[in-house]
Write a protein that binds this ligand. Structure first.
Ligand code: R5P
Length: 300
């Protein structure tokens, strides 16, 4: 850790992401403080930052529940500026609104660009993990700040899988997942393949598996995000026909909305693992060291 960052920096966490933020502060050797949040009966937020603040702060908040957390983030960043902070680094392990990267129908908001521009008005640097960049390839094109660092959790995942599973067979449920599945497989020489997905609506997808010998293998489905879980559920139902030894799920971002986890269990998934990019009961992998190393590189 650069002494410059150490001596003059404070990491500020939010109550709903306190534990991962505190872990990151410890790993990075940066003092930690809470942003104090009070919810008024009508749903508005009162936010209070500790005083005095150093010239550089790190705001650590993940951006699931995006609409309320974006507002709280802007409240925090604007207040920090009022209190004299010169440089704000945002560590947002899950970056919201990245999937709507074009107007799929006339009149639709291109949320990725709009939210990225909003963030860039308040922060100076960004660190995130496995951001869903599809048509836009550089994080900086979506969130125009410098640096804008898009880390990948794949080294943490491959180390985890090596300990957890004997000779796993990795399956990516759609073409976009290939980047993550291939990287993990390359790291440890695991077998892998990638399925094809067609999406018909929020909850309707069809997953076509490639021909492969899944029988008696410990299959691990790997994806960046599990939202409704339909993608993983459809892939699991297809895989079950081939009688694998087990089917597990490993994702960076565990949104798992509604009854997604229960449906995956019913479909035949034995283990559901995720990183702590989003707090969830399936969290089995911590990203603190990965994030701390990137913070160390953000010398101001
Ligand atoms: C998009 O392609 C992502 O990589 C995920 O596959 C997708 O967001 C998963 O969504 P759901 O869990 O709702 O099927």
């Amino acid at each position: 850790m650069s002494s410059q960052l150490n001596d003059s920096c404070l990491l500020i966490g939010f109550p709903d992401y306190r534990e991962p933020a505190q872990r990151l502060a410890r790993a990075a050797g940066i003092p930690y403080a809470d942003a104090l949040i009070h919810y008024f009966p009508d749903g508005e937020t009162r936010l209070r930052l500790p005083e005095p603040l150093p010239g550089h702060i790190v705001l650590c908040q993940t951006l699931d529940h995006p609409n309320s957390r974006l507002v709280e983030l802007v409240l925090a960043a604007a207040t920090a500026r009022d209190l004299g902070v010169k440089h704000i680094t945002l560590v947002a392990p899950y970056l919201c609104y990245m999937r709507q990267d074009k107007a799929f129908h006339p009149g639709e908001a291109v949320s990725q660009r709009i939210v990225g521009t909003l963030l860039s008005q308040w922060i100076d640097a960004l660190i995130t993990v496995d951001s869903h960049l599809h048509r836009v390839h550089q994080l900086q094109d979506a969130v125009p700040v410098n640096p804008a660092i898009n880390l990948t959790a794949t080294p943490v995942m491959s180390a985890f899988l090596e300990k957890q599973t004997d000779n796993p067979f990795l399956v990516g449920p759609d073409e976009e997942s290939e980047q993550w599945v291939a990287a993990i497989a390359r790291d440890r020489d695991f077998d892998y393949c990638v399925a094809r997905k067609e999406r018909f609506g929020d909850q309707q997808v069809r997953v076509s598996l490639p021909k492969a010998d899944y029988r008696n293998r410990h299959v691990v489905l790997v994806d960046d995000v599990a939202s409704t879980g339909r993608t993983l559920e459809e892939a699991t139902l297809g895989l079950a026909n081939f009688k694998p030894a087990s089917i597990s799920v490993l994702v960076t971002h565990a949104l798992f909305v509604g009854d997604a986890q229960e449906r995956l269990r019913r479909a035949g998934v034995s283990h559901i693992w995720s990183t702590d990019a989003i707090p969830h009961s399936s969290n089995a992998l911590h990203l603190d060291r990965l994030l701390a190393k990137a913070l160390d590189g953000c010398r101001i």
